[in-house]
Design a protein around this ligand. Structure first.
Ligand SMILES: Nc1ncnc2c1ncn2[C@@H]1O[C@H](COP(=O)(O)OP(=O)(O)OP(=O)(O)O)[C@@H](O)[C@H]1O
Ligand SMILES: [Mg+2]
Length: 302
């Protein structure tokens, strides 16, 4: 039986190990490979579960994951809002949203715009909205440092729209500064993308420590939703070794879905669309579909 046939058989059954084989086929994380089923449609929407995509290491796939996880959750009928929380504005660009001369998250943080509805933009994917950012956001930390309850400003902004969405994804910048602390304080969960390369685990201890501090002092309910291995290349021993080290370090926190390395992601970003629109049949689009479904399966998303 081909892998494709196995997959479609499993889609019908719900997530389970591949059937009819003497030894289970192991996925990259060393656990039996499974296909997560398309979730049932929701009967009602909101309040949103808020998830930060966080890693102070640059270029690990935070923005790519926000774009594509948001799009696949929306394709599965979830109402999704993504927050661009990086002054580079890569999320806004990756979703084809022009931020020149427009209201952004910066206006909401500073309170010069009170209503998030005036800042929310639709993307090309139905049910998938974004609050954009641009370089103005780089001044936010300086402005907010003297504010009362400066760590909870984003949480207060998101409260105004939370009931209208099922999930809010916050694309953090590569730093553990005040903006990221705001994101963690506003969140129910954190998803940590880790690039499958040699220094992947460097700095993760500091990130986990920061999450623990936020949990202790600001947001007792926050939890780690999972570690997502990205840019995995099964052909290289190096990728497989890094994967093994990540699994040794984090065990079941490592999500079963692993995102492979492919040039399709940079190409999709340039076109300002998620991979599910740019190359819907590419395995990389399917990987993000599986990620969305695994998160629903784990209860991280409704
Ligand atoms: N699975 C992948 N395979 C190949 N390239 C990828 C993959 N995921 C992301 N990329 C590319 O790697 C680069 C960094 O990805 P991305 O911008 O998502 O990381 P980031 O963690 O948001 O970075 P930053 O810390 O700068 O915000 C981008 O050019 C992106 O297109
Ligand atoms: Mg980014």
């Amino acid at each position: 039986m081909t892998a494709k046939k196995n997959a479609s058989a499993l889609e019908k059954q719900g997530a389970s190990e591949l059937p009819g084989l003497e030894a289970p086929v192991l996925g990259p994380t060393g656990r039996p490979l499974r296909v997560f089923p398309q979730p049932a449609p929701l009967k009602s929407h909101g309040p949103a579960r808020i998830i930060s995509l966080c890693n102070q290491k640059g270029g690990v796939g935070k923005t790519t994951t926000t774009v594509n996880l948001g799009a696949t959750l929306a394709d599965d009928g979830r109402r999704v809002l993504a927050i661009d929380f990086d002054p580079q504005g890569a999320l806004s660009a990756g979703l084809g949203v022009d931020t020149h001369d427009s209201l952004t998250i910066y206006d909401l943080l500073l309170g010069t715009e009170k209503d998030p509805h005036n800042v929310i933009r639709h993307t090309s994917v139905p049910n998938f909205d974004i609050i954009p950012a641009n370089i103005d956001l780089s001044a936010a930390e300086v402005h907010l440092i003297s504010e009362v309850a400066r760590e909870t400003i984003l949480a207060r902004v998101l409260r105004k729209v939370s009931d209208e969405y099922d999930v809010i994804l916050i694309d953090c910048q590569p730093s553990l500064g005040l903006l990221t602390v705001n994101a963690l304080t506003a969140s129910h969960g954190v998803l940590i993308p880790l690039e499958c390369e040699f220094f992947a685990l460097r700095g993760v201890a500091l990130l986990v420590e920061t999450i623990e501090k936020v949990k202790d002092r600001l947001n007792p309910a926050i939890k780690l939703d999972g570690i997502l291995a990205t840019m995995y290349d099964s052909r290289t021993l190096h990728s497989r070794e890094v994967m093994q080290r990540v699994v040794d370090a984090f065990g079941p926190e490592v999500l079963e879905t692993v995102i492979g390395r492919t040039i399709k992601f940079p190409d999709a970003s340039v076109s300002g669309t998620p991979i599910t629109q740019f190359a819907p049949d590419h395995p990389a689009a399917n990987a993000y579909r599986q990620l969305a479904r695994e998160l629903v399966f784990r209860g991280a998303v409704a």
